[in-house]
Design a protein around this ligand. Sequence first.
Ligand SMILES: [Fe+2]
Length: 263
Amino acid sequence: MAVTASLPAQVCGARELVKAFWRDGRRVSLHAIAAELQRDREVRQLTDGSIESVDDMGFVLGFQITTRRSLALPAETVNAPGAPAQRAPNVVGVDDNVDLTPRSLSHVVYFVPDADKAETFYVERLGFRCSDRFSGVGPFLRPAGTLDHHTLFMIQTPPFMKGCEHFTFHMSGPTEVMQAGTRFVEKGYQSFWGPGRHRFGSNWFWYFNSPLGCHVEYDADMDLHDDSWAARAAPMGADASQLFLFQHREKWAPGGPPAAPAG
Ligand SMILES: [Fe+2]
């Protein structure tokens, strides 16, 4: 998926800053998508060749012939007893100065006033699959173009909260999530939730407050699913949302020279 901060005419709410481009792996044409959506809504043809419309909640959708570049990058490496070493002798796993450029946009999360209606639109009109769901809250969805557990998660909220809750930068592994998040903390950004690891999707996460009107997240190592997967359901409590949760700690032990004698 891709998210752009360009603001189309339809602005959905105070938390709305995004237009989502979805990767549709069904090999259907833009014309076919446009024909489907034009049954009950306007579809605009933009000068860049993409088409633009809205979903049933009013979120702006874009479709274009893919411009994604294929990536050929190594994943984070791990040395574990009993398994072949992934790092050769003398190759260290920690580099303070490593480049932490996100590899892709992982997913976007919307607050929606009617999660059932929103899910029906994405599943029945655009061919999305439900990977898992939080009962009474909303579904984790993936379009046909990816096996990632979710690229879209929707949470039912009161209507006035409708908007983008967060979007996510996909990193090479948990170390990059921790390291990128730590750099954010050191620059003064406020941690909102994390670091930790989700249960549904198994992705590592760290959320931050941002000046964009929504949260932003780093994540890594998400589960893949194909059409043989049976969606799970669970209530959305802390136990279901996180396998574990860490907390950043500035100082973990006393240090420095002995205190000067009093007086
Ligand atoms: Fe997320």
